[in-house]
Design a binder for this molecule. Structure first.
Ligand SMILES: [Zn+2]
Length: 372
């Protein structure tokens, strides 16, 4: 099984320059390859192979003008040619759109590192022509086969695939129901509640700050309009950079929280996890709800639960929305005909039991039987 991983880099100033150099070379070679393929095609010739193009690059390196291409690892150019050729091939086979040139501004700077040459230690990684770069400690499973390592340089990360053996978990036999939602992220039938992180004080503060910055920027744009055209002042550039960073920070917090939560659930080693199918169309028809779901990351939560269960040999069951997980009383089995969304507490008219709505639903989910 191959898992995608990423780890934060902490390069020195010198290494940072080398990283940018590699990313810049990758972009240059990628664009150059696209342009060559296009020129060649317009001249009525057949698709050019990776090999032909790489030979041209080798010749180019001997010219003074392109000598800088040799300053980075050969593999950077090699992979960039391959990526561009693959993208062009996909376009020819009509499986994807015509590949675009990577712009300095919009494209994510990244480059490839040979997977045989990349080496990890507890607190550093060896990158070609860059050297040992510090990384966040104890993030890397050591002594594994690493696949397709790429250094993405927007947030200073190295992204790679790693071959992992399936762990042998001893499961408890428990069937765990999980009710996901907007109020709380997940309520589990074992009583654990994972709150909505967006409601935390810290996140509210950050989102408020984000809105304030966004207002500031649009105001500045209006103020600096010249002849109906928007002008980007250095102040605007500064504000936009702040916004971008804050966006990233917020999305990182959300993403970390999801990973933490799904990992923690899996660590309780249930034999089975039962969730309700997310009703995409129904939920997304409500704009307000759609936004909240997006922030909560419910689809990502489901995706992570599913793969983490599969990885650990836990059965993952998705229950159709017709299953009355919310309307059924988990005490006596009575099924309500009506239950509005605003009723946060389940009050049974049969047995008088009073229970939190989501907790009740999670218990019912945990008891779900196929063809019951
Ligand atoms: Zn009841």
């Amino acid at each position: 099984m191959i898992l995608g991983r990423k780890v934060r880099l902490f390069p020195s100033e010198e290494q940072e320059k080398a990283l940018w150099r590699s990313a810049g070379t990758a972009r240059f070679v990628y664009n150059w390859t696209l342009a060559r393929q296009e020129e060649n095609y317009n001249n009525g010739n057949k698709f050019m192979s990776d090999n032909e193009l790489r030979k041209e690059i080798t010749l180019m390196k001997k010219e003074d003008e392109y000598r800088w291409l040799s300053e980075v690892s050969n593999n950077v150019a090699k992979q960039a040619v391959k990526d561009a050729c693959d993208a062009y091939k996909r376009y020819f086979k009509k499986v994807s759109e015509k590949p675009k040139f990577k712009s300095r501004k919009r494209s994510k700077p990244s480059f490839y590192n040979d997977n045989m040459k990349i080496k990890f230690k507890e607190s550093s990684v060896l990158l070609e022509k860059v050297g040992w770069v510090s990384i966040k400690i104890n993030q890397i499973p050591l002594g594994k086969k690493y696949r397709n390592p790429r250094v993405s340089y927007d947030g200073k990360y190295v992204v790679y695939g790693v071959e992992m053996e399936k762990p042998e978990l001893e499961l408890t036999g428990e069937s765990l129901g999980i009710d996901v939602g907007i109020k709380d992220l997940a309520v589990c039938s074992n009583g654990k509640v994972y709150k909505n992180i967006n409601k935390s004080k810290e996140m509210r503060k950050k989102e408020k700050k984000l809105r304030r910055l966004q207002r500031q920027v649009s105001r500045k744009y209006e103020m600096n309009k010249i002849g109906g055209k928007f002008v980007k002042t250095s102040n605007i550039v500064k504000l936009e950079k702040q916004i971008k960073l804050l966006h990233r920070e917020i999305s990182n917090i959300r993403s970390n929280y999801l990973h933490q939560t799904t990992s923690e659930i899996v660590k309780t080693k249930p034999s089975r996890v039962v969730m309700e199918t997310l009703n995409i169309r129904g939920m997304m028809s409500n704009r307000h709800l759609a936004k909240a779901i997006g922030k909560q990351g419910l689809y990502e939560f489901r995706r992570q639960m599913k793969y983490k269960c599969e990885f650990n040999g836990i059965e993952f069951v998705e229950v159709d929305t017709w299953y009355p997980s919310s309307k059924t009383c988990s005490e006596c089995g009575h099924v309500k005909t009506r239950l509005s969304l605003s009723e946060r507490t389940y009050i049974c008219e049969e047995c008088d039991c009073v229970i939190d709505r989501d907790y009740n639903a999670s218990i019912n989910l945990s008891r779900y039987r196929l063809a019951a």
